[in-house]
Design a protein around this ligand. Structure first.
Ligand SMILES: [Zn+2]
Length: 239
């Protein structure tokens, strides 16, 4: 069933206080494109474009972007970078990593958690068409991080582990990623546990930068200086 703009506004009014985004103005637009968010500076308001067939969790996820910006003071967490020279493939990787923090903050709200859990099952079982190995690896790394640190341990299951393992094996077979290098990334993910609710933009960006560098290194995409420069450009207003 499709969700109307009226229903979304009702949800917004119900949850604004709970999400500590009471004073923020948010405009909702229904679209046939994918759901997204940006900050409209000229009107000093956020605009959420909501896909006409989207799920309520997608809407909460966008509100989570605003919440993350509010907590950290970093606008880029809820509005895509507009400066020239930023590589789209890097943006895609950064977006996956930012979403980890968004989902941590939003899924800790008791009433939203069941929607998050349903989202996660769809997220890992969907057959995506990735444009590149680095993007696919970013998806895989983030799916594992969501599973380990955002999904409650009581919802861990063999079925979900199977999806993660199948995707990993298929990715390793189809790409030139060495298994050991892939495994070497995994220990870095455990830092996420300590910072997943952090208000500190610097800590969040450091994690994002470190993992992006690892993802690009392992998938043989560009070099570390290039990635670091890109990350600095994207987050220049928050550093
Ligand atoms: Zn997002």
């Amino acid at each position: 069933m499709k969700i109307s703009k009226k229903e979304l506004n009702e949800i917004l009014n119900l949850y604004k206080e709970k999400l500590s985004i009471k004073e923020v103005s948010i405009r909702i637009q229904i679209t046939s494109n994918s759901t997204s968010i940006y900050f409209d500076e000229s009107k000093d308001e956020y605009c959420i474009k909501f896909n006409e067939s989207g799920k309520i969790f997608d809407f909460f996820h966008e509100l989570g972007h605003i919440l993350l910006t509010k907590k950290t003071g970093c606008l880029i967490f809820s509005s895509p970078p507009t400066s020239a020279g930023i590589n789209n493939e890097i943006i895609k990787i950064l977006d996956y990593l930012i979403n980890l923090f968004v989902n941590s903050n939003i899924s800790r709200i008791e009433e939203i958690y069941p929607l998050y859990e349903a989202f996660f099952k769809d997220f890992i079982s969907f057959r995506y068409r990735f444009k590149s190995t680095s993007e696919e690896l970013a998806f895989n790394i983030c799916a594992n991080t969501e599973y380990l640190f955002n999904l409650r341990p009581s919802d861990h299951s063999i079925e979900l582990i199977k999806y993660l393992a199948l995707h990993k094996e298929s990715l390793l077979q189809r790409s030139s990623i060495p298994r050991q290098q892939y495994e070497n990334i995994l220990p870095y993910l455990s830092q996420f546990r300590e910072i997943k609710y952090s208000n500190d933009a610097q800590k969040i960006i450091n994690f994002i930068q470190q993992i992006s560098c690892k993802i690009c290194e392992v998938s043989n995409y560009k070099d570390k200086n290039y990635i670091n420069n890109q990350v600095r450009m994207v987050f220049s207003d928050c550093l």
